[in-house]
Design a protein around this ligand. Structure first.
Ligand code: PMV
Length: 343
């Protein structure tokens, strides 16, 4: 029997991926912070099959309970990976996974969960074949495999920040896998206070959202803008310009939601409290000049990004102005992290 255990984090995009083609390839490059508190811990045990099977056999447990919904999504993904991992036909995979963030937090577990599983698969391949690949190659492959499960998961396997999607401004960038980005020191200290406005699952899945970009009249302009924003963001990071960085983060978040609002059918994922929080964050910034800027995922929750050196002022602001707008006062205190680890 072979066994592998990995812990892998979620990530929050600053430059957003929205729109895809082919086999989960992005229409534009994206860039994210790797988080540290929101992680999935996954263990895969391979039990030999009697004979070969056409399908990948799995037993999937989330928080020690069998989970059919996630299990069937993972099963479909694994069925597409038998050329990459021929051993999948020879074993039944017993998969146990758990998340450090609550299931009903509105935080998608696909980036952390699928990257943790991709890392286990690459590790198991090495154990079973006896061929150990070089470390950089290992993470590149894990990123590519994770991408095939969920695009944004490709960015979870690197420390601090990660970029995915070809950009002429980023050496070695590729649509096939993400790469590590080494930011200047201040960005390694960033906090992400995740202000939970609504913990329910998204009403529109991201695959539906991506597909609606195909008919969106602003799609081409958006893909160009994302490339331009990435170049500007990298420049702001080189100069440690936290205000230029934050301004781009907010523009990206609002563009993502504007694209959803003007797609056909249209959908609005922000809630009233999302907008109230945005207003308060902008007023706080105007009054204090503290570089606290928001970003949004494909949902109503607000991610407040700020450097460590301002954490006491920002925490006080969150407690007095924002916590009451959160669902049951629910906040996840996250920050930039150092990437996945073998357990
Ligand atoms: O990885 P997916 O298919 O769930 O898409 C994620 C899209 C956003 O979270 C909205 C943006 C991003 O780049 O993470």
């Amino acid at each position: 029997m072979f066994k592998s255990s990995w812990s892998s984090p979620s990530n929050i995009a600053v430059i957003k991926y929205w729109g895809k083609y082919g086999l989960q390839l992005p229409r534009n490059p994206s860039l994210s912070f790797t988080l540290s508190a929101s992680v999935s811990q996954t263990t895969v045990t391979c039990i030999p099959n009697i004979g070969k099977s056409n399908h990948v056999n799995i037993e999937f447990y989330l928080d020690k309970e069998p989970n059919e919904k996630f299990g069937s999504r993972i099963s479909k993904w694994l069925d597409t990976l038998t050329v990459e991992f021929p051993f999948l036909k020879d074993y039944t995979l017993h998969i146990e996974t758990s998340n450090t963030f609550p299931h009903s937090s509105g935080i998608a577990s696909s980036a952390s969960g699928l990257s943790a599983l991709a890392l286990c698969l690459c590790d198991l391949q090495e154990q079973i074949s006896g061929i150990v690949v070089e470390k950089l190659e290992f993470y590149k492959r894990a990123s590519m495999i994770a991408r095939l499960g969920s695009g944004s998961a490709s960015r979870s396997v690197f420390p601090f920040m990660s970029e995915w999607g070809f950009s002429p401004d980023v050496l070695s960038s590729s649509d096939e896998y993400a790469i590590a980005i080494e930011p200047s020191d201040v960005f390694k200290t960033y906090h992400d206070a995740i202000l939970i406005v609504n913990p329910k699952e998204k009403s529109v899945s991201s695959s539906v959202g991506h597909s609606l970009m195909e008919g969106n009249p602003f799609a081409e302009a958006r893909y160009k803008q994302a490339n331009d924003h990435l170049a500007l963001l990298l420049n702001a990071m080189d100069k440690s310009d936290v205000h230029a960085f934050g301004k781009l983060a907010e523009q990206e978040a609002l563009t993502l939601h504007a694209l959803m609002m003007c797609s056909d059918p249209s959908f609005i994922l922000m809630k009233g409290n999302t907008l109230l929080m945005i207003d308060k964050i902008r007023s706080f910034r105007k009054d204090t000049s503290i570089p606290a800027y928001f970003t949004l995922d494909a949902g109503p929750n607000v991610h407040l990004l700020y450097p460590q050196e301002y954490s006491s002022e920002v925490h006080q602001f969150i407690e007095t102005e924002l916590r009451s707008l959160c669902h049951d006062g629910f906040i996840i205190w996250d920050k930039v992290g150092s990437g996945p680890s073998r357990l």
